[in-house]
Structure formats: C-alpha cells, structure tokens
Design a binder for this molecule. Structure first.
Ligand SMILES: [Zn+2]
Length: 297
C-alpha cells in the first residue's frame, strides 16, 4: 500500500490545546520576545510564493485586533491576528499559486490559521440570541455574554469519492466536472454530509444523485482539511456493478468512466490524456494515485 500524504496535512505545529485554558500562560506567550505572528494580507499567506510561510516578530508589530494562539513551532509561540471582515469566499489564482508553492506541512499550518481567522470573521454575533460575541480560549472559541452560549470553530465534513466499475485490467473510475472547473479538468465527485448521515450513506447518496450510479462496499481512504472556509474532505472508494450514468446537469457538466491507462496519463500530464487532473494539494489527486496503486496487477 502506498503512503498517503494529502495536501494541507502534516503541520509540525504543536497546537498547545491545554494552554488555551490558561490565560496567564497565553498572556506570557504574547509578550515572549520570541513570539511570532503569521503574516497574512486578508487571508492571503504573505511570502508563500517563496515556499514558506511568512512570520514577523510579534513584539515588532502593532496589532490592534485580537490574536489567536496557533501553537508552538521550533520553540516559539505562534499567533495569528483575528482581523475582522476578512472572510472571503473568493479564491484567486494567486492564492492557489501560493499554496502550490508551499510544502503540504506549511500549507497545513496555513489551513488551520485561515479557517480559524475566517470563522471568527463570520461569527461576531451569537447564532443563539444575536448578541455580540467575544473570543475565548486563546482564539479557539467565542462566548456570548448575553445568553452564555459558547461557540466553537466549525468543520464541515464533505465526502469525495471514486466509484469503481470492474476490476483488474477492466477497472475504471468515475470522474466528473463542474461548470466552474478550469478547461479539461475532471475530479472525484464530492458533496456535503447531511445531518443524520454516515460517511458511507453520504457516498452512496451523492453518487446516485449526481451521476445516477448505485454503489456499495464504500471504503474510507484518507482525509484532508480544505480551508475554503473549513471543510474536512473524506476520501472514499466505492464499487459500482452497473456503469450506466444519469447525470444531474444542475450539479455536473459531465461525468465519464476512465480506465487505469487514462488516469495514469492524466496524472502524468500527458498530451491526449482524457482529462486534466486536480492539483497536487487536492485530495482527489491523492485518491487517483491511491486507486492506481491499489488496482495495480
Ligand atoms: Zn447569545
């Protein structure tokens, strides 16, 4: 079995979750001359184009907003500014170029910071009573002083899956494209889990809804954070006995079955490959690599 290292995973950051409850300790880390602040422009990682995240000495920076304690790295406390109003669902080509330049573990640290800052920017008011909320736990929650509700950064689970038809040399996987994808790109199908649903049930439902494919034998492969704004991508493979498609064109522009040679050519970026694969930091690409290794004779 191949080693799987999805994008946005492997951050070396020690999250210090115990320390978040110790206000005196967090205050001491804030004034530690070794403390560093993650450099963001809005939510854009400054300096990432060079292949590493940018950090500035916290003591040298004028910060007029709340900070969140990201953790400790290389012995130094790491913070990020909870800048109001930064929440932006738009993702620029420049952002993805920056993420492409980052090693997965650096991207992992960025993902944690980005999702957290974005969550704070969207949760200034209590979802229970509408009153203003304030950060607690060193930036890993918010508290409403009116109704005493506590709110914590949410993670939204998404299933992303390959349906497989046939085995051995005849094995093929289902890929699909959304209208918003770059030209030629196809990827694994995906969808949000709904309340009251297991991972396996969500995989079966999404493939039936989007492509009309009935699957069974759902297997979990790997997961990755996807910080736009804060999904957890849960990658699976499932078996289909029937390859007939009924595409929901409201969701997908196209879907098709691709054999091992086609997936291999796509991942290699060959001219004439049946599709352009997702980028290396997307778990769909990890899933394709896994599937090729798993179905190798
Ligand atoms: Zn409230």
């Amino acid at each position: 079995m191949m080693t799987i290292t999805p994008g946005f995973t492997g951050s070396p950051l020690d999250r210090l979750d115990q320390a978040r409850h110790d206000e005196a300790l967090v205050a001491a880390m804030r004034t530690d001359p070794e403390a560093l602040l993650l450099m963001l422009d809005g939510l854009h990682p400054l300096g990432a184009e060079e292949g590493t995240l940018g950090w500035a000495p916290l003591a040298a920076v004028q910060v007029e907003v709340e900070l969140a304690l990201l953790g400790r790295l290389e012995g130094r406390p790491r913070f990020v500014a909870l800048t109001p109003g930064v929440s932006a669902f738009k993702r620029s080509p420049e952002l993805f170029a920056a993420i492409t330049a980052l090693p997965p573990e650096e991207a992992g640290t960025y993902a944690a910071a980005r999702s957290l800052v974005d969550w704070h920017a969207r949760h200034g008011f209590c979802s229970n009573c509408g009153h203003a909320t304030a950060p607690i736990r060193a930036g890993w929650g918010r508290h409403c002083s009116n109704c005493e509700a506590q709110h914590f950064p949410r993670v939204d689970p998404v299933v992303i899956m390959l349906a497989q038809h046939g085995t051995g040399e005849a094995a093929r996987v289902l890929v699909g494209r959304q209208p918003t994808f770059p030209p030629g790109r196809y990827s694994a199908l995906a969808g949000f889990l709904e309340p009251g649903e297991s991972i396996e049930e969500a995989v079966v439902r999404e493939l039936a809804e989007e492509a009309g494919v009935r699957v069974h034998s759902v297997r979990y492969i790997a997961s990755q954070p996807w910080p736009f704004p804060s999904q957890l991508m849960i990658a699976c493979v499932a078996m289909a006995d029937d390859d007939r498609l009924a595409i929901d064109t409201a969701e997908l522009e196209d879907a098709r079955w691709v054999d091992r040679a086609g997936v291999t050519a796509a991942l290699a970026g060959e001219e004439g490959a049946p599709f352009v694969p997702p980028p290396p930091y997307a778990i769909a690409r990890t899933l394709f690599h896994h599937w090729l290794a798993e179905t190798a004779a």
